[in-house]
Design a protein around this ligand. Structure first.
Ligand code: HEC
Length: 165
């Protein structure tokens, strides 16, 4: 066999391999696309945007997707102190998908975060939600830190009635 024929053989094997890998990759990314779409749906209907996206509820849910879940600087003040809906775009960068499932199952967050809704979500939905937020990518700044009950909030805060504390 001439060396040019050998070259040709190697090139077509490489081309065939590349084609195979491409097919495998698109098959592998299929379930991910489905999970991302499911995650998008969950974020919409499970209310995550209502608190974690600035202006979402006030604008009737018209905030563009690239601004979703960046956290807010408006606090929620009650007997627990003042809490700030976290920037979930940054948070999801810090945890792996498996860590996220554990957090959602076990972590009791301060009010008014409905942590019990996360606890009761199916594992498949939790994973879908994670993949969607990771798909959006990191954005925005960290939300202000938690403020203890006896201390003043960092800025504007929604005050819960004392009776509910
Ligand atoms: C009623 C408002 C509200 C809703 C609705 C809400 N959150 Fe939260 N969330 C908060 C607040 C406030 C905090 C901060 C709690 C704290 O400081 O302990 C928080 C914290 C979190 C944290 C902890 C992040 C960290 O930095 O440790 C995660 C994760 C989270 N929320 C995810 C979600 C998801 C996912 C949804 C939708 C299923 C959701 N939240 C819906 C208000 C809300």
């Amino acid at each position: 066999m001439s060396s040019s024929m050998k070259m040709l053989g190697a090139t077509s094997v490489a081309a065939a391999l590349a084609a195979c890998l491409w097919v495998l990759k698109s098959v592998a990314s299929q379930p991910d696309a489905v999970a991302i779409e499911r995650g998008r749906y969950l974020v919409r209907v499970a209310g995550c945007n209502d608190c974690h996206t600035p202006g979402y509820a006030e604008s009737g849910g018209t905030v563009p997707e690239n601004q979703w879940l960046i956290g807010t600087s408006v606090g929620w003040k009650g007997g627990w102190g003042t809490t700030y809906p976290s920037n979930l775009r940054l948070y999801m960068q810090r945890v792996t998908e498996d860590q996220w499932v554990t957090v959602a199952r076990e972590q009791q967050m301060r009010p008014p975060m409905p942590w019990f809704n996360l606890r009761d979500m199916s594992e498949q939905d939790l994973r879908a939600l994670y993949r969607f937020v990771r798909h959006l990518g990191p954005a925005g700044e960290l939300a202000p830190a938690y403020v203890a009950p006896q201390e003043a909030p960092h800025g504007p805060a929604i005050q819960f009635p004392d009776a509910a504390n």
